[in-house]
Write a protein that binds this ligand. Structure first.
Ligand SMILES: [Zn+2]
Length: 303
């Protein structure tokens, strides 16, 4: 395998390598057209708020959240996030589709806060990292270097302890193995260890707060839309042992992952596989929507 085209193998990147990396990123799609316009159309039904701005000159992006009108302390808070990794398209479009098509069924029972695209610069460049070659999804920590993560932490801070459900929408893609994991190893001066990309949908639970009944309910709902990832011959998915069919777990807070920011009783990270020959983009979006709806239905049955 060829070495990653930036930096010296075995040496962690400095500022020069990060600048070089950024200069290679091209704008491939429009946040304003694909995402912001759809969010603004939803302003007839939700309060749309700009909870921060990203300044990566010459580019500037509003960070946008949608909130149920007339929230009430009688209803549980639900947080839906997408696009923490900008390249994971169905996370962004699935969140928007949920808001457009299904959210109205639930808003009488819940206070909904949704952030469809946490990382707009990366959405436009189909990238995992932000403009400074930082992964927002390892950066949800106090004093974080990622502006995307800092802004989201600040948005939810007044609701911490009141959010009962958080669904964070992601994908696992072939480009993880061909580009993003090699880039990560190069950036950190580590050797790249090849891995396997699972064919199908899976979930990541919180090992510090396992909620298997909840995860199983989501897997059951998503299985009606798209296929669930099988375990590999070590009974693992991407190097983690299965804790239930289609479910692995991580210590979310320790790793600074988005699904750990609320301390909610029920949290999950969806992982849709868009590169499967057996899945269309429409199915991937539908899988994200099914995951969100089934998670809310589970919560409402428990409440
Ligand atoms: Zn992701």
């Amino acid at each position: 395998m060829n070495p990653y085209p930036i930096g010296t193998p075995g040496v962690a990147w400095g500022a020069d390598e990060r600048t070089q990396w950024r200069s290679r990123q091209r704008k491939l799609r429009s946040f304003a057209d694909d995402v912001e316009a759809r969010i603004q159309r939803l302003a007839i039904r939700f309060d749309v708020e700009e909870y921060g701005r990203l300044d990566y000159p010459p580019d500037h992006y509003p960070l946008l959240a949608l909130r149920r009108r007339d929230t009430s302390d009688d209803r549980p808070w639900v947080l839906v996030t997408g696009g923490v990794h900008g390249y994971e398209t169905s996370g962004v479009h699935g969140a928007l589709q949920f808001l457009e098509q299904r959210a109205a069924e639930y808003t009488k029972d819940i206070n909904l806060l949704a952030v469809p695209c946490v990382s707009p610069w990366a959405y436009e460049r189909v990238q995992r990292w932000n403009a400074n070659a930082v992964d927002p999804n390892r950066s949800f920590k106090e004093g974080t270097a990622a502006a995307e993560s800092a802004a989201l932490l600040k948005l939810i801070a007044p609701l911490r302890g009141r959010i009962l459900l958080h669904v964070d929408l992601h994908e696992t893609t072939d480009s993880d193995e061909s580009e993003f994991r090699p880039a990560l190893a190069a950036r950190d001066g580590k050797p790249f260890e090849p891995g396997l990309i699972p064919d199908g949908f899976y979930l990541v639970d919180d090992s510090e707060n396992p909620q298997l009944e909840f995860q199983r309910a989501i897997i059951e709902a998503v299985a009606r839309v798209t296929h669930i990832a099988p375990a590999d011959d070590k009974n693992e998915i991407i190097g983690s042992p299965l804790v239930a069919p289609g479910v692995i777990d991580y210590p979310l807070r320790e790793l600074g992952l988005c699904a750990g920011i609320t301390g909610a009783r029920y949290t999950t990270t969806t992982e849709v596989y868009p590169d499967s020959p057996r899945a269309t983009p429409e199915q991937c979006n539908a899988a994200q929507v099914a995951a969100v709806c089934s998670a809310i239905e589970f919560l409402l049955q428990k409440a």
